[in-house]
Every structure is written in structure tokens, then in C-alpha cells.
Design a protein. Structure first.
Length: 417
């Protein structure tokens, strides 16, 4: 099967938003022998080293560079240029400062569709607008429902200005999702919770759930001798949900832990930490790493991994990766949403600061319990959440869509007449 893959981040095996596309491409090629062509954006960062590996599984037709988020002047200039393009001004794309619009990208996609004549176009949510009007068999994978994330952020805001801003973006993104996604033949999403929201928006769109997975060979248990109790949080630290989660943990939960386990260290591991996060290092027990080439040493040294999410959608890779390395996880119910976990068997789920702190302290003080929860967690991800298993699901969906749609049906999305 010929597949044209469109991604807003270069697929890599180590970046949270890009890992899903990487493993889908890898296993669709290795196991099912798909002929895959990739068009993608790439941040001008440390992603170059993955291009060789990616090239083993697909043809890389075009990669467009976008500036690093931390280069604010360059980013502003880039987005202003895109904002002022006529196509973007008159589009319904909600990102009026559209980071992922590039006229040359549209030209390249149009050309590749004509030359390659793919059986299916597979686009992530930020790339969907490039192909939404094309008469092709199209699948959109937005990962999660962004408009719902914006609604949750709106509910957490205290200032009137911030509430108006996020409410506006919620409605704008909701209209975009409704207008664009309904033009696709199918939508693939990461959790049943997200599916229910998409189905409410567009009841006649075929929507499938494929959770995120984890590379169970890469994320393997490592025996380490822990001398200092430490708590680890993983995530892109420019992401609003991660920022809110770690500030909530530091302000509401961490003091309760420190009262009982005074020598505890908090590691915040992830790229692009914003100023609110880096300021936490004024507390000598907090370490903010920024970008790291490999998160495994931090996970291996973790006593407890936390996911204190108070908002957000989809499935949290951080939990699956920690579980794969046999690390005990304490999460809120929002953080663990979409994963088939069992409270007190392979994870602890607590939604109050007091309950969350109590579970972390319990694990810090009980090595046997840490090993038991971690071992059960590893068994869960091995049986339920390998990337190969997730790609098997994707392959069955793509084969079904191709088999049940005649060429003329490409004029109308599945379920529409």
C-alpha cells in the first residue's frame, strides 16, 4: 500500500509528539511492507541524527525547517510572515499566527499527491488543512482533541483576560476541528475519552482509537543503587498542561512530601522549560534539566515517577515509559486516563494533594512496594502497549478503509452522502 505521511514534527523515536508517527512508519514498513513517503516540518534542533534511521523506513520527500521555540525573535518573524500570507489570512485555520503554514509546503504536497498517487494520505492534526479539500482517501490523526485542552486551560485561569483568551481559542479550535476533520474519511485518536468528544462534534465521522505505545525494548528495567530519594517528572516543559502540572505539584504536593522525607530531590526532565519552571531551581532540591539526549538514566535513577496532571487529553507517554522501566508511578486520574491501569496494582491514582503526597511518601519509604508496583507495570505495557501492537491496529484500519472504498468514493468522506 502506498502511504503519504504528513507530520508537523519530524518523526523521531524520542520526542513525545513525534514518537507516534515514527513507530507507525517503522512497523508499517518492516512488518507490512508499505511504500511510505514522508513530508514533514522539523525544528532546527537535535533531530538531524534521526533522519538516517527514518530513511530506512520511508522516502523523505520534503522537510521544512522551523525555528526553535526558544528563539523568540526568529519565531515571531517566522509566524508573522506566515500570518501575512494571503492564503492564511483568508483561511479558516484557527492559528492566525500559523506556525505550520508554508506556501512551499502546500506546493510540495500537491506535487507529491499528483506524482505518487498514494492509496491513503495520513496527516496529523496540524497538517490536516493542507489536504482537507483533496479528493483522496484521507485519515487524520490529531492525537487528541486540542479544543478540549483549551477548554480545560480556560477553566483553570484566574484573570479575566486569560479566561477570554483561552475561551476564544477553545471555540476557534473547535470550529476548525469540526470543519476540517469532517472532510476526512476517518479520524484516529488516542483515547476513548477523546473519541467521545470527536463523535459529539461529528457523529457521522468514522473515529477509531489507537492508544500511544512504548518501545519496550528501548525502555527496559535497569538495576541502580539509589542513595537519595528522588521524584521525576518527564515532559515538554513549554507545554501548558505540563507547566500547570509541575507548578501544581511543586506548590501543593511537594511541600507535604518534604516535611516527611526531607532529602527528597525533584527532577524536571524535558525540553524548552519556560521561565516559570526554571525559577523553581531557586529551591536547591529541584533540578531542571532542559533537553536531554536520553531520558532513561533519569528514569533508571527515579524512586518515583509522577504525573500530577490537572488538565490535558490523550495518553501520557511519560507514564508508559516509566512503567516499561519498572518504575512506580503516582498519577492523577486525568494523567492515567486512557491507559488500562489498576489502582494499587500497577499504579497509584490520587487526585488530592494530600492523597498524592501520601502515596509518594509511601513509595519512597518502601522499596519492596516500589519493586512490586514497578514489576506489575512492566507486565501491563509488555502485553498491551507495545508499538508493534498499536501498528497492527493501524494496519487493520487502513486495509479496511482501502478495501471498502471505491475510487469514486474519495469524493466524499466515509459516512457522508
Amino acid at each position: 500500500m502506498k502511504l503519504l505521511f504528513l507530520t508537523s514534527e519530524l518523526p523521531t523515536p524520542r520526542t513525545s509528539l513525534a514518537v507516534r508517527a515514527f513507530y507507525f512508519i517503522k512497523y508499517l514498513r518492516e512488518k507490512y511492507h508499505y511504500d511510505i513517503t514522508l513530508i514533514s516540518f522539523r525544528q532546527i534542533t537535535n533531530e538531524d541524527r534521526y533522519i538516517y534511521d527514518l530513511g530506512k523506513y520511508c522516502k523523505i520527500a520534503y522537510i521544512a525547517n522551523i525555528p526553535k521555540p526558544e528563539f523568540s525573535f526568529r519565531t515571531a518573524a517566522y509566524t508573522l510572515k506566515n500570518m501575512c500570507s494571503l492564503r492564511n489570512i483568508f483561511s479558516k485555520n484557527p492559528q492566525f499566527l500559523n506556525f505550520y503554514y508554508l506556501p512551499k509546503m502546500q506546493v510540495m504536497i500537491n506535487k507529491l499527491v499528483k506524482v505518487e498517487d498514494p492509496d491513503i494520505v495520513y496527516a496529523d492534526g496540524a497538517m490536516a488543512h493542507y489536504v482537507s479539500t483533496m479528493c483522496l482517501l484521507k485519515v487524520v490523526d490529531p492525537h487528541d482533541v486540542v479544543s478540549e485542552s483549551y477548554r480545560q486551560i480556560f477553566l483553570k485561569q484566574k484573570s479575566l483576560t486569560s479566561r477570554i483568551f483561552w475561551l476564544m481559542w477553545h471555540y476557534k479550535m473547535k470550529e476548525y476541528e469540526k470543519a476540517i476533520f469532517k472532510k476526512f474519511n476517518a479520524c484516529i485518536i488516542t483515547s476513548e475519552y477523546d473519541k467521545r468528544i470527536i463523535t459529539a462534534y461529528i457523529p457521522r465521522l468514522r473515529t477509531y482509537v489507537i492508544p500511544n505505545g512504548v518501545d519496550v525494548e528501548y525502555f527496559r528495567p535497569v538495576l541502580t543503587k539509589q542513595t537519595i530519594p528522588n521524584v521525576v517528572f518527564l515532559g515538554d516543559m513549554s507545554n501548558k498542561t505540563n507547566i500547570h502540572a509541575i507548578l501544581f505539584f511543586y506548590n501543593e504536593i511537594y511541600p507535604l512530601i518534604k516535611k516527611r522525607v526531607r532529602d527528597t530531590k525533584l527532577y524536571i526532565v524535558g525540553r524548552n522549560p519556560v521561565r516559570e519552571v526554571t525559577l523553581l531551581t531557586s529551591d536547591k532540591s529541584v533540578i531542571v534539566t532542559g533537553y536531554v539526549n536520553d531520558v532513561r538514566p533519569y528514569l533508571a535513577n527515579a524512586s518515583v515517577v509522577i504525573a500530577p496532571m490537572t488538565l490535558g487529553m490523550g495518553i501520557k507517554n511519560k507514564i508508559l515509559e516509566a512503567m516499561a522501566m519498572e518504575k512506580p508511578v503516582v498519577s492523577t486520574s486525568i494523567g492515567a486516563r486512557g491507559i488500562k491501569v489498576s489502582h494499587e496494582e500497577n499504579i497509584f491514582i490520587e487526585d488530592t494533594p494530600q492523597g498524592f503526597a501520601e502515596r509518594v511518601v509511601q513509595l519512597l519509604n518502601d522499596e519492596k512496594l516500589r519493586l512490586e508496583i514497578g514489576s506489575n507495570a512492566r507486565k501491563l505495557v509488555e502485553t498491551e502497549y507495545s508499538w508493534e501492537t498499536m501498528t497492527d491496529l493501524l494496519n487493520s484500519i487502513l486495509k479496511y478503509l482501502k478495501a471498502h472504498l471505491a475510487r469514486d468514493d474519495h469524493l466524499f468522506p466515509v459516512g457522508y452522502s
